[in-house]
Design a protein around this ligand. Structure first.
Ligand SMILES: Nc1ncnc2c1ncn2[C@@H]1O[C@H](COP(=O)(O)OP(=O)(O)OP(=O)(O)O)[C@@H](O)[C@H]1O
Ligand SMILES: [Mg+2]
Length: 450
């Protein structure tokens, strides 16, 4: 991650749009709306307290067909954001009382994301100290006898220094050491790292009281030095960070600057609900209401007030309409942005412009086998046209069509890349035509292959 990137709070809307432009082609309206919403929260923070409480964020509903960049925009904001951000799928939740994740867990996930961000920042300021401590502890593990000796023993300290150099050079990475692992800290680490339901389980365990408490349980385990380093890093990080301060900061940041992106919201919308599954989907919508409106959710770090969290919901709404959401929920997403269908020209740009453009990905992949691939401009136009055409004649799956077309186009090359090592291969318009036009012209064939 580049260090020179600006923090999201310092970015003005035009800068946010510009950095989204590096990855997402077109969809200017959506980018603008989101940039403004993010900026408005910074503006709100600058207001005097009494006025501030009156201003709440305007949540956004992004509507657009499949594969035009809704999730991609969210993904990019997450990368930009030093604001706590999580992306969840509405379909993952079940109504309270049913088996599954309840919607409040999204707020807990946000708090967890916020805490891990704050901890990393705080530890970042003391990175050198953490690294130094971890190294000493690893040396203690590698040289158990020496660490207990008095440090005046010259031979011992000499050995220690030798080991230090070797350790730094990665000589011991795969070597196994034995160390006590604190089960609680370990569990905590996994909770931070995963977005799964570990936190819910722990929440449940905590509420059952100390009977099931895992605190203080230690177990000696054999680990590779590499893995031990990770665990020690966590442990030492805990030691240099003031945990209370981190939690306070994390909760405040989640409340004031948090963004929750709810994807696939249309999948929980349904008209004329009759079947059982529909009832529970409406239940999910109803459960979301208070969270979006502002409620207090208890997490294991404390209570999080959701009033000022920014919610961005997105959905294709190809079957259900936004008006199929329950009215209360519609009203809580006052800002609507529509994302446009992508044109052939957009496809051409998507192939080449984004920092992670598909053609760049393939080039990089094949270069690992020593094959240098070049795409002629005409060939790119041809690929874009084909993708556009297939979208028109078959289902319109947006930019994802580019992936299926590219896969087919480069299948042969990908298969035999090892034999072509050292060669430079130019993908020309003819190359594209030869491999794809037969399939495109045959409707039935293209339905299966592209
Ligand atoms: N405007 C765009 N600019 C650049 N790449 C795009 C754009 N739209 C789509 N893509 C590419 O297509 C892929 C699918 O897009 P994305 O995940 O954003 O679809 P979506 O709009 O969320 O669709 P769905 O409703 O099916 O979830 C992305 O991984 C991205 O690479
Ligand atoms: Mg999506």
């Amino acid at each position: 991650m580049p260090d020179n990137r600006k923090k999201l709070d310092d970015m003005v809307p035009s800068e946010i749009v510009r950095s989204l432009d590096e990855y997402v082609v077109g969809q200017d309206e959506a980018k603008r709306t989101i940039a403004i919403a993010i900026r408005n929260r910074v503006r709100r923070k600058r207001l005097p307290e009494d006025v501030r409480d009156e201003v709440s964020p305007k949540n956004i509903l992004m509507i657009g067909p499949t594969g035009v960049g809704k999730t991609e925009i969210a993904r990019r904001i997450a990368k930009l954001a030093n604001a706590p951000f999580i992306k969840v799928e509405a379909t993952k939740y079940t109504e309270v009382g049913y088996v599954g994740r309840d919607v409040e867990s999204m707020v807990r996930d946000l708090a967890a994301a916020s805490l891990s961000m704050v901890r990393e920042e705080m530890a970042g300021q003391k990175e050198e100290e953490v690294e130094r401590r971890v190294e000493e502890r690893l040396l203690d593990l590698l040289l158990p006898a020496v660490s207990k000796d008095s440090s005046t023993d010259i031979a011992a300290s000499d050995t220690r220094e030798k080991f230090r150099t070797m350790l730094r050079n990665g000589v011991f990475d795969e070597k196994e050491v034995e160390m006590p692992v604190d089960m609680k800290a370990h569990l905590g680490f996994e909770v931070m790292g995963s977005s799964g339901s570990m936190e819910d389980i722990q929440q449940a365990l905590n509420s059952l009281g100390s009977m099931f408490s895992t605190a203080g349980r230690q177990k000696t385990r054999k680990l590779s030095v590499k893995r031990a380093r990770e665990i020690l890093h966590e442990e030492e990080m805990d030691k240099v960070i003031d945990p209370d301060k981190a939690v306070d900061e994390a909760i405040e940041r989640a409340e004031e600057m948090g963004i929750i992106f709810i994807d696939e919201i249309d999948k929980v919308a349904s008209r004329n609900s009759t079947s059982n599954s529909d009832v529970s989907r409406e239940g999910v919508q109803r459960d979301i209401l208070p969270i979006v409106e502002g409620t207090k959710v208890s997490t294991k770090w404390g209570v999080v007030d959701t009033t000022n969290i920014l919610f961005i919901a997105a959905g294709a709404f190809s079957f259900a309409k936004p008006s199929d959401l329950i009215p209360e929920l519609q009203g809580r997403f006052p800002l609507r942005v529509e994302l446009n269908d992508l044109s052939g020209e957009d496809f051409y740009r998507i192939l080449t412009e984004p920092q992670n453009a598909i053609t760049k990905q393939y080039k990089a992949l094949l270069s690992t086998e020593g094959v240098e691939v070049e795409f002629a401009d005409e060939a790119l136009r041809e690929i874009a046209d084909i993708a556009y055409e297939v979208n028109q004649s078959n289902d319109n799956i947006g930019a994802r069509r580019l992936y299926t077309v590219m896969e087919k186009l480069l299948e042969e090359l990908a298969f035999s890349a090892d034999e072509l090592s050292g060669q430079r291969i130019e993908i020309t318009k003819d190359y594209v035509r030869q491999r794809l036009s037969g399939i495109v012209e045959n409707q039935d064939l293209s339905k299966y292959i592209l």
